[in-house]
Ligand binder design. Structure first.
Ligand SMILES: [Zn+2]
Length: 462
């Protein structure tokens, strides 16, 4: 499948210049000078700066603004008051690489095929960073999860891209400051992509946050990669207090990341950038604490790993909360729609345009295929179908009524074969009912030792 599908925005009589991308065919695209009026007197399409803040492993229901009772997210909660918040936002997968591939391309896993442990986001995928670069943006990507590093194709389209391997999410801010200093006289708007990782296991919060969430009582080994990996693989028996203890450590990490996010917001404010900078906060997937007997993520497609925060503060767009479902694939068409840039064909939709025009929401899809755990799911209205595609996922489709049973405890598949059949049909139509052929794969010996070491630190490689 080929996704090199640029469709430059129509800019009327704006300033035009040609721009050559580093790879692939030369593309002549229209560039509007930032903020310049067009000759006919109409305003140029807005070209605000963009900050895409992806935080790893944050489930929506652990954030105050999504109803959590503990104070994990004071900064995000305040931020959300001036933003568009999607109450029912979903990840396209339950682990990092396919989820961020969907965020970057607006495509479902069968189209980007970046699904497995060795899959690489294809060069010919059209990414958000590439589209923004073609429209004059200067992109900086800073990632703390090597699963979305350069080796796996995620640096496409960025002017600069770094894997950050320092202590904490807040240290990324230093790098951001230096870059903003460097380009403060730059004409071009910026696209800043940060992938923060503190809430991802191992859960090892700083003492002040540990104290705040009374997480200090957890045994020392609960903070280790080895222990979590043991739980995740079923090699370790949890105790009766394990879920609660890990959960507290996790909450503390979420709060610690919230402070880092807040510091980034402060930085934008101090530099007078708030008015012309769009800020999007989203998580790549959630986390399980044995709600269905599993730990961490990448093992299932239950709501605890799929429900993510999605909050956009867009200059000129009034704050509101949106109930209609949203998903990762919607980010690219939504952001480009806001910027007045014609998006390439995607599987998602422009959420803001949909709010203006109305219409039925799209079905929500998810897919998992990693380490032998393979499943697909679809949500239409109140019903969710999960189709197991490997033995670890069960042997028969499961059907849940999310309104009556949000915890997905009662499988209705046996009672409602009509709905099951219809929803299996939806998965088949989207090529989600079988195995997805991976995009190009990287061999283990092509992954350099530094990346392997950082993957191991997160529990990804033995
Ligand atoms: Zn992740």
């Amino acid at each position: 499948m080929h996704h090199n599908r640029f469709a430059p925005a129509a800019l009327g009589g704006g300033v035009r210049s040609a721009l050559r991308l580093g790879r692939g065919p030369a593309l002549a695209v229209g560039l509007a000078a930032c903020g310049a009026g067009l000759p006919d007197g109409t305003a140029a399409p807005p070209r605000p700066n963009i900050v895409l803040y992806v935080v790893d492993t944050v489930r929506a229901d652990r954030l105050g603004v999504y109803g959590y009772e503990k104070p994990t997210s004071p900064r995000l909660d305040a931020f959300a008051e001036g933003a568009v918040l999607f109450e029912n936002a979903y990840a396209q997968s339950s682990w990092t690489r396919p989820a961020v591939a969907s965020l970057f391309t607006g495509l479902l896993p069968p189209a980007h095929r970046t699904v497995g442990r060795r899959s690489v986001l294809p060069d010919d995928a059209t990414t958000l960073a590439e589209i923004l670069a073609a429209h004059g943006y200067e992109g900086l990507g800073l990632v703390r999860n090597p699963n979305v590093g350069r080796a796996f194709g995620f640096a496409q389209g960025f002017t600069r891209f770094r894997s950050e391997d320092r202590e904490r999410d807040e240290t990324m801010l230093e790098r951001v400051r230096l870059w903003l200093d460097e380009r403060q006289d730059a004409e071009a708007p910026f696209f800043l992509f940060l992938h923060a990782i503190d809430p991802h296991g191992p859960y090892d919060p700083a003492p002040e946050f540990e104290e705040m969430f009374e997480a200090g009582g957890a045994p020392a080994h609960y903070r280790t990669v080895r222990y979590l990996l043991g739980l995740n693989r079923g090699d370790v028996e949890p105790d009766s207090g394990t879920a609660e203890a890990l959960s507290r450590l996790y909450d503390a990490e979420v709060a610690q990341n919230d402070r880092a996010f807040g510091e980034l917001l402060d930085e934008l404010e101090d530099r007078g950038l708030v008015e012309d900078t769009a800020v999007i906060y989203v998580s790549d997937h959630g986390e399980e604490f044995a709600e269905h007997g599993r730990w961490e993520h990448g093992l299932s497609l239950y709501e605890e790993v799929l429900r993510v925060p999605l909050i956009m503060r867009l200059p000129g767009v009034p704050a509101r909360r949106v109930e209609a479902p949203a998903q990762h694939i919607d980010l690219l068409p939504t952001l480009l729609g806001y910027l007045g840039i014609e998006p390439p064909p995607t599987d998602g939709r422009d959420l803001l345009a949909a709010l203006r025009r109305g219409g039925a929401p799209l079905d929500v899809y998810a897919h998992l295929d990693v380490d032998g755990h393979r499943a697909a799911s679809v949500i239409r209205g109140r019903f969710k179908l999960v189709l197991p595609l490997s033995p670890s996922q069960g042997t028969a489709p499961m059907l849940f009524d999310l309104d009556a049973d949000p915890g997905e405890l009662e499988d209705l598949a046996g009672d409602r074969p009509d709905i099951v059949a219809r929803m299996l049909g939806l998965l088949a139509e989207r090529n989600l009912a079988g195995e997805i052929e991976s995009a190009e794969e990287i061999e283990d010996d092509q992954i350099d030792e530094d990346v392997r070491r950082r993957l191991r630190a997160l529990g990804y490689v033995d």
